[in-house]
Every structure is written in C-alpha cells, then in structure tokens.
Write a new protein. Sequence first.
Length: 113
Amino acid sequence: MHYQVKDCQKISDRLYRKLGKKVFLNELKYPKVKIGTKDLEYAGYYYFKENILALHPRLALGIKETIAHEVCHAVAYQWKTQKTHGIYWKILMRLLGLKPRIRTEDWRLSKRK
Ligand SMILES: [Zn+2]
C-alpha cells in the first residue's frame, strides 16, 4: 500500500464538505474511505448505497484526482440521485477546478498482467 487511509479520508472529507456546501446538501453524509481489493478494476470506486469510497490498494499516481472523482459521485448522488458521469457529476468536477475526465491515466505504479 502506497498511501495512508486516514490521509485519503481527510482529502475526501475536505472535498465533500466544500461541494456539499456549494450545492446546499441538506445533510452531509461523508463517504467512508476504504482500501478496495486487488482485483478492483478501477483506481477508485464509489458504492452508492453503502456510501463507501474504495481505493485500489496499488493506487499511486493521481490519488487526489481519483478521490475527487469519487467524491463527486457521492455528492451527485446525494444531490440529484445521479449515478453516472452525467451533467451534475461534471458540474461538481468543474467546481473543484478539475476536468471531468472519466479515467485517471497511469494510476498504478506498475501494471502487472
Ligand atoms: Zn466515475
């Protein structure tokens, strides 16, 4: 593991608080950050129902963008029940000053086959 969960939780909380206030979420439900399993297909994944933000255990590069991406899913869902990379998700990414890219390139240090 190349990162500390508590640091990722802090980043997630900060971004979530910022976006939640901007879109006037009635109740802030901070996503819980966890380390996903090695076979997680993505750099990060947001579980809508459980409100869990999972990060790939070998995620190294693009970690902040990955967290931001998933936090935007959490807020888009709680704000407009949107589960896709749709307009609300895109607006939230822009509010964080990020391009609404769906993939984070080179998110692993080394890609093993
Ligand atoms: Zn996504």
